[in-house]
Design a protein. Structure first.
Length: 269
């Protein structure tokens, strides 16, 4: 008489082999990941040659694979798995993944774009404010407050901290985060302008707090001005936020050079 293997003491023919009572690990396969040259800068030097081969399993997502290699999803545009466009939540089951950078200019949560900068980008914050961009910056803000401020104000968080950008809330479209590659403040400014192509309005924002400036009569500000400034200058502005007076003093030539570089960069986009 034929015995039926599906009984309580038998093993189903569909069950994987393995010790009884133990979960069986998901099959592991090799995925070739091809990064655009712009994105390879995020990879360790030893892994910058194409393709990057990774061992993966059906339980792993495409987004996890990309970020585990060092590339924040905030920097990624299109993902193609075996020639088909996929989203980061797709399971990493395939042979070849092509990763392209976010397009320039980058779509932003609001227009004109608003920014919040991490604590290490104070010099960049001043330059972006100088050319008229809405920039939030606090010298003692921690990562949690930076991410919260970006989401609450629909701002793009600019940072050189890849770990901070790996937070999912910053990479979900419309993206609220962006990595800054350059280390010098002037180059950082040009990088941000090329990536987002924002409209410029030089000399309209306070370099200290970022609020808008408005023209002010010299007589209204006399009590706030050094004696030499009162004698030498006639045109002034006042911050609508912190009340600080502004005038183009001895430092004006350097600031004007920054503005010229910014305007030139925008003209050639």
């Amino acid at each position: 008489m034929e015995r039926h293997d599906g009984g309580s003491n038998g093993r189903s023919s569909m069950a994987p082999d393995g010790p009884p009572g133990r979960p069986v690990a998901a099959p592991v396969d090799t995925l070739d990941v091809v990064f655009d040259p712009e994105l390879r800068l995020h990879l360790p030097r030893t892994r910058r040659a194409d393709p990057v081969q990774v061992r993966t399993a059906a339980t792993v997502t495409i987004g996890h694979v990309v970020q585990s290699l060092g590339v924040p999803l905030t920097e990624v545009g299109v993902l193609e798995l075996d020639g088909v466009g996929v989203d980061p939540g797709t399971r990493a089951v395939g042979r070849r993944l092509v990763v392209t950078p976010v397009p320039h200019p980058q779509p932003v949560p609001t227009w004109p774009p608003r920014f919040v900068l991490d604590v290490h980008l104070g010099a960049l914050a001043r330059r972006l404010r100088l050319v008229g961009l809405d920039v939030a910056y606090e010298r003692d803000a921690d990562d949690d407050s930076l991410a919260a401020q970006a989401l609450a104000g629909d701002r793009v968080l600019l940072t050189r901290d890849r770990e901070l950008l790996r937070r999912r809330v910053l990479s979900v479209p419309p993206r609220h985060g962006a990595f800054v590659h350059a280390t010098a403040a002037d180059e950082q400014m040009l990088e941000v302008l090329r990536r987002f192509a924002p409209p410029l309005a030089p000399w309209t924002r306070c370099l200290r707090c970022g609020a808008r400036l408005e023209p002010a009569a010299k007589a209204e500000l006399a009590h706030l001005l050094p004696a030499g400034t009162r004698r030498t200058y006639e045109e002034f502005a006042r911050c609508t936020g912190c009340g600080r007076p502004f005038w183009r003093g001895a430092h004006g030539a350097g600031l004007e050079a920054v503005v010229r570089r910014a305007e030139e960069a925008v003209r050639h986009m």
